[in-house]
Design a protein around this ligand. Sequence first.
Ligand SMILES: N[C@@H](CCC(=O)N[C@@H](CS)C(=O)NCC(=O)O)C(=O)O
Length: 214
Amino acid sequence: MLKLYTSPGACAMACDILLEETGVPFERKLVEFDEGYLDSPAFRKLNPNGTVPTLEVEPGLALTEGPAILQWVAFQKPEKSYFPQPVVGGKPNNEYFRAVEWMNFIATELHSRAFGNLWGADYYVADKKSQEGFRNVVTHNLHEKLDIVNKRLEGKTYCMGNNFTAVDAYLFTIVGWAKPMNIDLTPYKNITAFQNRVFERPAVQRAMKANGLI
Ligand SMILES: N[C@@H](CCC(=O)N[C@@H](CS)C(=O)NCC(=O)O)C(=O)O
């Protein structure tokens, strides 16, 4: 059986949500960052980066990196179109590249450069006073990116249109970090409407419950 290594509230929640959506049976291994599990030799053998999400797709063979895992999970149920097909009629499918574009934007601009730097400010910047300046710059950048996302969601039910996809699972998870980071999302009406819409999905609530988040 598939085994998802995840941690409550982490970026891996996106994979948890999508696995719940697909209905593919999987085992969930919840780990806490401070328990040392991710540094254990056994886990590092699976994922040398020592991060979640990690998806063991067969004994001893693991996939790492959220966007890759999300696409792998989506293609378990191609009929549900959780991710567009890369090639249609022998030609590159523009919708696929639009979805990849979203995934890359979320991974780099929102997940890593914005929220990742906010979470890690104490780690990246040693001096307390400089940390404040760093946080201000990162927060300013985050708001610019949220504005872009808000505009891209205008008139849409989900990121790719009417169909819920892996992109939505990822975006929902990452913008969900606004609350613990005290980032006010109320000016971003399309983002908050999107959050409410995604939260209504039973699979999302199952995943959040299993992680003790609701
Ligand atoms: N580039 C990786 C980043 C994964 C990552 O940084 N995960 C965090 C949780 S959101 C983690 O496992 N951190 C481990 C730790 O802080 O010890 C991906 O997209 O999957």
